[in-house]
Each structure stands twice: as C-alpha cells, then as structure tokens.
Design a protein around this ligand. Sequence first.
Ligand SMILES: [Zn+2]
Length: 447
Amino acid sequence: MNLVTFSIKTKGVGNFARRLRTVFTRFGFSEDRTRRALGIIMDSLQKYNAVPTFFIPAVVLRRHAALIAEIAQLGTEIGIHGYVHNDYRCLNEHEQYDQTKQAISVFEGTQISYHGFRNPYLGWTNASLCVFTALGFAYESNEAIVHDVIDLDSLSPLLRGGYEKSLALFQAIPCHAYTLRPHFEGTLLRIPTSIPDDEMLFDRLRFTDPKEVGGIWNRVMQGVYDLGGLYTLNLHPERAVPCRQALETLLSYASTQQLPVWITSLKDVAMWWKERSQFRLSITPQAPGRWRVEAICTPRATLLARHLTVEDQPTTPWMDADILVRSHSFSINTEKCPCIGVSSRTPEEVVSFLYEQGYPAQRCSQEVSENYALYVDLPEGLGVEREAQTQKKCALVQQIETLAMPFLHFGCWPDGSRAALAISGDIDSVTIQDFFLRVFEVRQKSH
Ligand SMILES: [Zn+2]
C-alpha cells in the first residue's frame, strides 16, 4: 500500500485533497520550517528538563543528517521509523529484517545512536518483534492504546466511520492499568503509544481549536494518572505550530498533579523498566504477625505499602491506601504475609509476570494460601494467544491493584512518580521534496 492509497483508504478523497494543501503550509522547500517545528517541541519540554523522542525513516535521515545530528546533540532522542515510510504488514519477515538492517546501517553511517523502533502506521506484526529482537533494539513503541476521549455520538457518520477505520488500522488496544505499562517480550521492551494522535484529531476529526485539543490531551493524562500508567503522546512535528498551545497546556497539567508525573523520553522509559525488572522484595517472618522486609532495588525505586504501618521509618501518603516508604529495610506488623502466594502448579511465567509488574510473589501450598494477601492458582498459565493473554494479564493486575489487604509492592515509575508522560513524534518528512519522494521510495520497497 503506498501513501496515496493509504490516505485515500483511511481518510477519503476529500481529506486527501485537504492534506495536499496543508503539506505546502507545514513544509517548505528548505529545512527551515521543520527546524522551527522541532524547536517548538524541544523548547516546550526543556522547561520541564525533558526531551522528546522523534522517529525518522532512514532515507529522510540520510537527506537531513546535519539537522538531526544538531537536535540529537541537544539531547533529543532519535529512533528508527523504517528504512522508508512503508507498512511492515505488507512485508514478510525476511523483507522486514533486510529493510530494518538497511535502516540501521544508515543510522550507523550518521553516528546518530538509536534505541527504539516505531513502525510507520504503527504497522507491527509478530515478525517485526522477532526482527527487532534479533537486531538488538532495546524497545519498540507500536502498541496503540486507545483512550476514550472522543464523544463518538457527536461525530457525523462520515467522521465516525473514518475514526473507526483508523482504530482498526492502528490495531487499537483498550486502555487499562496493565496495557498502559511497558512490558517485556523476551529481551524486547514494548512501550505503548497512545491514540487518537494529532493526525486523527486534526486531519480526520477536524479538531482545530488548540483549547479543545489541549482539553482532550489533559483528559487522556488524567485517565493515565488515575491508572498509574504511561502516556506516550504522538505528535508529528509537522503539526507543532498548531499544537504548541495544547502541548504547553498538557505539560503544565501533568506537572501540577498532586503526585509527580515523570516527563521523559522513551529511551529513559526503556532503561528504567529494565532497571526495575530486577527489583525484588524479600519478606521473612520475624515473629508471629511481624515481618522483616528487605527491598533489593536502586535508590530511585518507588516502594509502596498498602494498609500497613512501617516501624520506625518515615513514610509519606501516596495514592489511596498506598504509602511511600523511603527506607529499603524495615519491619512491619501484620497478620498475613503482604505478598502474593502462588500455587505450585502455576507455571513460572506467572511468577515472572508478577515480578515484572512490581509485585512480590512466593510459592506456597494451598493449605497455607490463607496466610497471603492473595493466592494465585493459574494452572493454565497466561494462555497462548496474544489477545487472551492480555485479557488475563489485565484481570490479574486489576485484581492486585484493587486488593484491599496489607500488601507491599513497587510503583511503576521512579522517585515516587504516579504516572509518566513521553512526548514522541514521527518526522515522516522534513521538506516538501521528502513528502513527494515518499511515494516513490515506498513503491520501490514493496512487492
Ligand atoms: Zn510516520
């Protein structure tokens, strides 16, 4: 599928004509407009000591290596957005591997370091995950979490149809405490991204009022904060000018929540999730109803105690019944072990899953299951099919997050943060020439 058929298929002919008109306002024949647009996003984030993550197709990077090196030097993260701007769903694994490898060699040639991959059109397949793993990427950011912030009933049937088509195209995944967390598949970290993105809002749904867009993004942020997850905003730099005010509204909203929101790049999210995956809690009985806790973690870990009083150590209120414990070595008084008991017939993958989510788990027999905050008995494990697995994982996380029992666990984000916000965007084109070259480049790389 090339750019023209993609656009017409998902947006209709009228929308495509409108898109062509906007190309000439958003891009120029030189790099100037894009340089300014990138600067707007970087400047907005600088006030919060943060940097954005931009993904770029290798052929576009090659034509604008000096500009991208310039922004990378200022700390902006650059990730790979294909060799050309094509949909990997139209390629077999071998082709995906070759094109990703070609993209890597262009990046290596420009000496711009990369850690992650985001597919054009978020078009990932199982084969893509194998390719990214084989080629050593730290993360990919393609899972499109859909936030329920659009009043579908207020849309005309045409707009609503287009919106639903794009949800299907982006393989939308429902928003949930679990799906808003990054997660490992083998050594590859999958970092969720969010929709509706700027393109869906501006070009498909025709929201153009910056206040309205800022309001929508704030509502997403609020939902993500409530669930303690990650909001990866997807903002194409080509819309930086019309989105500037909305971006500033969002950043200010995120930074004025009661608990901190960690504003960061996707690379730092990946580093953090890897660091956090090693955290463990050792909970041993000292006397009846008294437990010694040793947290094996780094200083920035967010250690939380629910319905518990920590002896002789300072704590601060956090969210709901959870309190934040600064010390990593302390005692608590509670009747049951504030940890999850896992039956012996439950496969090890469940225990690994619980650890990755920051929950302490111990093997135990059914006879003593009453002595734990929760007893997990899942002889079938987490299932085989991806969708069924996600449902099972969502249910388990939901059950644990709403557990009204004395319980210890690690929060998702560092330094007591409740949620995280990453500003990302795809630099699909830098100039008008790039925009039109895309059609030919994609055709060359398809069947
Ligand atoms: Zn793109």
